[in-house]
Unconditional design. Structure first.
Length: 279
C-alpha cells in the first residue's frame, strides 16, 4: 500500500516539481543566511533603493537599505514558519473537531456544525483584519489568528468522512466490545481519514501563507525589523512609479512559487491517496 502510494506520487511530475521548489525555498531561507550574511536589523538609508548588481548587492537593496537577497531569506523564514504552523494547527484542530462531530452525530453534531456554519458565514479576511487590527501582530499572534479562521474547512471535510466511517464494521465491532467514543475517534476515525487530512493540510498551509501576505499588504504584518514576503511586496508597491522593479518581483515570485509548490504537492497526494484515481 505504501509503495503504491509512493509510486503514484513520484509519478506525478508536478508534485515532484513542487517538492523540489519547496526544498529549494527552505534551503534558501534557512541555509542561505549562513552563506550570504547581511545586516538585517539596522537600516542604512545611504544604500536605499540601489539597483541589482550595484555595490555588491545581487538583487539590489530595499527602501531602507537592506540587502534584497538577505531580506528575502529573513522574510522567507517568517512566511514559511507562520504558514506551516498555522496550517498544521488549523488542520489538527479541525480534524479532531470534525471527527467528534461526525462520529457522535445527533444533537452533538447539530450543535457543533451550527457553530461552524456561523463562523463560515463571516468572511475570513474580515475576521483576520479586525483581529489583527485590535491585537499587535507577532509571529505567535498571526499563527493563532490564521489558524482560528482556517480550521473550519478541515472540520467540515473530516466530519463528512466520520459520518461514513462510523458505520463501518470495525467501528461497530469496537462498540460491541465496549470501546468508548474517544477510542473510536482517535484509533479508528482519524487514522482512516488520514489521507484526506494530509491532502487538506497542504492546501491549508498554502492558504495560510497567502493570508500572511494579505495581512502584510494591508499593513498588519509583524513590526520591523522582522519581515515577510507580503510586507516586502507592500513596501515595494510604493515605488512602482519609480521603476524599482526589484522591490516587487522577487517577493511576489517567492509567494507564487511557494503557494504553487504546496498546491502541486497537495494534488499529488490527493492522487496517491485516492484509490479511484490510481488507475
Amino acid at each position: 500500500m505504501a509503495r503504491r502510494t509512493l509510486r503514484v506520487f513520484t509519478g506525478n511530475k508536478l508534485a515532484l516539481t513542487g517538492v523540489v521548489v519547496l526544498l529549494l525555498l527552505l534551503a534558501f531561507s534557512y541555509l542561505g543566511p549562513l552563506v550570504h550574511d547581511t545586516e538585517q536589523v539596522h537600516t542604512d538609508l545611504s544604500q536605499a533603493n540601489r539597483p541589482p548588481g550595484g555595490s555588491g548587492h545581487l538583487l539590489g537593496t530595499t527602501d531602507l537599505g537592506y540587502d534584497m537577497v538577505g531580506r528575502l531569506m529573513v522574510a522567507g523564514q517568517t512566511s514559511l514558519e507562520i504558514g506551516l504552523a498555522a496550517g498544521l494547527l488549523a488542520t489538527l484542530f479541525g480534524t479532531v473537531y470534525g471527527a467528534v462531530s461526525g462520529y457522535f452525530g445527533g444533537w452533538v453534531d447539530a450543535a457543533m456544525m451550527r457553530v461552524t456554519d456561523a463562523a463560515l458565514a463571516i468572511p475570513a479576511m474580515f475576521l483576520l483584519v479586525v483581529v489583527a487590527a485590535i491585537i499587535t501582530p507577532s509571529k505567535g499572534v498571526l499563527i493563532m489568528i490564521i489558524a482560528g479562521v482556517a480550521w473550519l474547512s478541515p472540520a467540515r471535510l473530516v466530519r463528512g468522512e466520520a459520518l461514513s466511517l462510523r458505520n463501518r464494521e470495525y467501528v461497530q465491532a469496537m462498540r460491541m466490545m465496549g470501546g468508548g467514543g474517544t477510542r473510536a475517534v482517535f484509533r479508528h476515525i482519524v487514522p482512516n481519514a488520514v489521507g484526506t487530512v494530509i491532502v487538506n493540510c497542504t492546501f491549508q498551509i498554502a492558504d495560510a501563507i497567502l493570508y500572511v501576505s494579505y495581512l502584510a499588504f494591508l499593513g498588519l504584518s509583524i513590526p520591523p525589523p522582522s519581515a515577510d514576503w507580503g510586507s516586502m511586496l507592500s513596501a515595494g508597491i510604493t515605488y512602482t512609479q519609480n521603476g524599482y522593479w526589484w522591490l516587487i518581483f522577487p517577493p511576489g515570485i517567492a509567494i507564487v512559487l511557494v503557494v504553487a509548490a504546496f498546491n502541486f504537492i497537495g494534488d499529488g497526494l490527493r492522487d496517491a491517496f485516492e484509490v479511484r484515481l490510481r488507475k
